[in-house]
Design a protein around this ligand. Structure first.
Ligand code: MOS
Length: 742
């Protein structure tokens, strides 16, 4: 089954409306509805808050503000990861960012809650906020480390000397905007009190984190909380942790002793779940005339919320990408009074490669070397900073295969030299690299007496295909047809995991599932080979083959159901585990990444600078593929995200108020179907035996990495205009367009 393009197990449930999402749960006793009221200033203090009219509005059961909210647990930085920490809300009259919750209104219907929320009257003493990244960029500080445990700075060799003596030098600054995760399913929850317990239906990526975060914020025993999240309509990082909607619903449900639902509005997602902070990145590349890099520096400054530090690891993979003896990377942060920074798909690589792979294109242009060839010339033999070997690196194959399939040889070598009617046509490419993370996961597999298997873990399926791939892994592991495997996910009473995030979910949960299957097999073999009633009695278990619901050893075989019926009427179960990478020696001994190469063709309107993507191809190396269909879907989804990053996405801050002015999907642009023509993703055959026992690595975020710069480089090739401030919108291209005969 592994490697087969199995259709999604959960597909029929989703398209027939039977997959129930957090806000859709209904419990006996009509739930109450909560609506969050947000601050209308970006910095300051509440001087007066009048809830009288709201409290007396029809159907209203509760208005909670900082004056009557219960004391909550504080955010505790000794808890290793943010998403597991307390997330207190309504703790004081101070306002830290625009949209910060100032009240929760709970009423019998959503309409009543919304109407009453409009009656909450708040007055503020507005303070002077720091909202303008450019104005404060120079005040940046060095965080203790970058996210993901990456060092803040690294230096190898002597960058300044290496750079100053290089034949050809690129020294450019690139900026990337605030970007947001925009899952289709809004952040939402239903909290149902049952005695002292809380049943929490919440849309989240990591069940264990939601549990820990709610328990420590509300200061209740985690054993009293039950998280249920069988289906999640996208996360993209914004559901790694829980937010005000969940904490407020839980507080209200406990206080009222009734079920309470709270969902964010689409506009509130721009304020309350965090965003990818804006970045300013200086990239310096020094090379010989032969194209070999001698010096690489990547200096990153990003915004952070002052209270909740967020240091995106934007220069981290630059450390592993190209060979060069002299190297430097730095991360700096400028505190701004804006919502917290948060992981947004491919944190680090997504903005970092926009800069570095644009700079590589600039270097190729300066040297007159083909951009694909330039990258191949700088392929390192070992990880260029850590010095450890790569586990399984096939970047060069991705580059070559992509160039061949795309027809790269037809690229115009002179920018702005190919024209088709009104369209200037250009080709661009970029490399992709993404760190492969491994985190803790435990999976329980139980083989029932009837010969069906149940796989249980608190792992989530956020639209990525967890149900499907774990079915394949368990079917393979136990030699069962897929219809005899049942997957149970997303409940806190199941064995814990790091859930979905960081592209680690599939590998963590699959590896643990595989191990659990191996343990179940061993138990069955001990039984069968020691059972005088079995045809397998006395045979060598090392030769056993599990297939089609039976065990075969040599010429003898027996159905699993018969072994179970005789010896294990209650079934057989075992757990399998995946260890945190910090406890797995391979992750120190090897540099473990996924790779790819993106190729894009764009047309740019010679008069208006309208940019249209015409086709795009990504070729990737991810180790072994569990399911080519779900893998391709994820890679293509990532590539389309890259289109948005290159051309469209940008949350714009009002420098007076600190509000995102374009906070809805009419104004925060991202690609729609009409923007996306022919996009294809190809995955090379592979197996990374250092990553895990299945040889697989994460694919979720790889498609984004490098997709944006491939398009940016195509725009340059089409027009001769290099835009370094993303996104590349037409007003930035238009002034540089060549004059054409019309
Ligand atoms: Mo991802 S940004 O870790 O969901």
């Amino acid at each position: 089954m592994i490697g087969q393009p199995l259709d999604r197990i959960d597909g029929p449930l989703k398209v027939t409306g039977q997959a129930i999402y957090a806000y859709e749960h209904w419990e006996p006793g009509q739930p109450l509805y909560g609506v969050i009221v947000g601050a209308t200033v970006g910095k300051g203090r509440i001087t007066r808050i009048d809830t009288d009219s709201a409290e007396h509005a029809p159907g209203v059961r509760m208005v909670m503000t900082h004056r009557n909210a219960p004391e909550q647990g504080a955010r505790d930085e000794s808890v290793p990861m943010e998403y597991w920490r307390a997330q207190p809300v309504l703790t004081s009259p101070d306002i830290h960012y625009h949209g910060e919750p100032v009240a929760l209104v709970v009423a019998e219907t959503l309409e009543q809650a919304r109407a009453a929320a409009a009656l909450v009257h708040v007055e503020y003493a507005a303070g002077r906020g720091r909202f303008d990244f450019a104005a404060y960029e120079d005040e940046a500080y060095a965080p203790k480390e970058a996210n993901g445990g990456f060092p803040t700075d690294t230096e190898v060799g002597d960058f300044d000397t290496g750079f100053s003596t290089a034949d050809v030098r690129i020294d450019q600054r690139y900026t990337t905007p605030y970007e947001l995760s925009m899952p289709m399913e809004l952040h939402a929850c239903l909290v149902q009190p049952r005695g002292e317990d809380l049943i929490v239906y919440v849309s989240c990526q990591i069940v264990d984190a939601a549990l820990a975060s709610i328990a420590s914020t509300l200061r209740i025993d985690p054993a009293r909380i039950y998280i249920i999240t069988p289906f999640v309509g996208g996360g993209f990082g914004s559901k790694l942790g829980i937010h005000a909607e969940t904490i407020l619903a839980a507080i209200a449900a406990r206080a009222l002793r009734e079920p309470v639902k709270v969902a964010l509005t689409r506009q509130q997602i721009f304020q309350l779940v965090g965003m990818r902070p804006t970045s300013s990145q200086r990239v310096r590349l020094g090379a010989g005339r032969d194209g070999r890099l001698v010096a690489v520096a990547h200096d990153v400054t990003m915004a952070t919320n002052p209270d909740i530090e967020f240091a995106e690891q934007t220069a981290a993979t630059t450390r592993s990408l190209y060979a060069a003896p002299h190297r430097l990377t730095t991360h700096r942060l400028t505190p701004l009074d804006l919502p917290r920074g948060a992981d947004v798909r491919a944190p680090g690589e997504a903005p970092g490669l926009l800069a570095v792979e644009s700079a590589m294109d600039e270097l190729a242009d300066a040297l007159g070397i083909d951009p694909v060839e330039l990258r191949i010339r700088n392929e390192p033999a070992v990880d260029p900073e850590s010095g450890v070997p790569f586990s399984d690196r096939h970047l060069v194959e991705c580059l070559r295969e992509g160039a061949r399939r795309f027809g790269w040889e037809h690229r115009p070598t002179t920018p702005a030299s190919m024209r088709e009617g009104r369209w200037l046509v250009g080709y661009g490419m970029a490399a992709a690299i993404r760190k492969h993370f491994q985190g803790q996961a435990t999976v329980r597999v139980r083989l029932e007496a009837d010969g069906t298997a149940v796989v249980q873990t608190d792992m989530t399926d956020i639209g990525t295909g967890t149900y499907t791939i774990l079915t394949q892994v368990a079917a393979d592991g136990l030699g069962l047809p897929p219809e005899r495997v049942r997957i149970e996910l997303g409940r806190s009473e199941l064995p814990t995991s790091w859930g979905s995030g960081g592209s680690w979910g599939a590998a963590n949960s699959s590896t643990a599932t595989h191990r659990a299957c191996v343990a179940v097999r061993e138990k069955l073999l001990v039984t069968a080979c020691g059972d005088t009633g079995s045809p397998l009695h006395g045979l060598d278990p090392a030769e056993a083959v599990f297939a089609e619901g039976s065990v075969r050893i040599g010429g003898a075989d027996e159905a699993l159901s018969e072994i179970l019926a005789r010896n294990h009427p209650d079934g057989v179960q075992a757990e399998g585990e995946t260890r945190f990478m910090g406890d797995d020696p391979n992750y120190a001994a090897y540099s473990i990444h996924t790779y790819g190469a993106h190729f894009a063709e764009v047309g740019v309107d010679a008069d208006t600078a309208e940019i249209r993507l015409r086709r795009m191809l990504g070729v990737f190396s991810v180790g072994r593929v569990l399911n080519p269909k779900t893998t391709r879907s994820q890679l293509i989804g990532g590539m389309i995200w890259g289109v948005g990053a290159a051309l469209q996405e940008e949350a714009v801050v009002d420098l007076r108020s600190g509000a995102f002015v374009n906070r809805d999907l009419a104004q925060y642009l991202m690609p729609v179907h009409a923007d996306i023509p022919d996009v294809d993703a190809v995955v090379l055959d592979g197996y990374d035996d250092k990553a895990n026992v299945l040889g697989m690595k994460g694919v979720g975020e790889l498609g984004i990495c490098g997709a944006g710069p491939a398009i940016a480089n195509a725009v340059f090739n089409a027009t001769g205009v290099r835009v370094r401030d993303f996104p590349i919108t037409l007003e930035k291209v238009l002034p540089g367009l060549p004059l054409m005969d019309t």
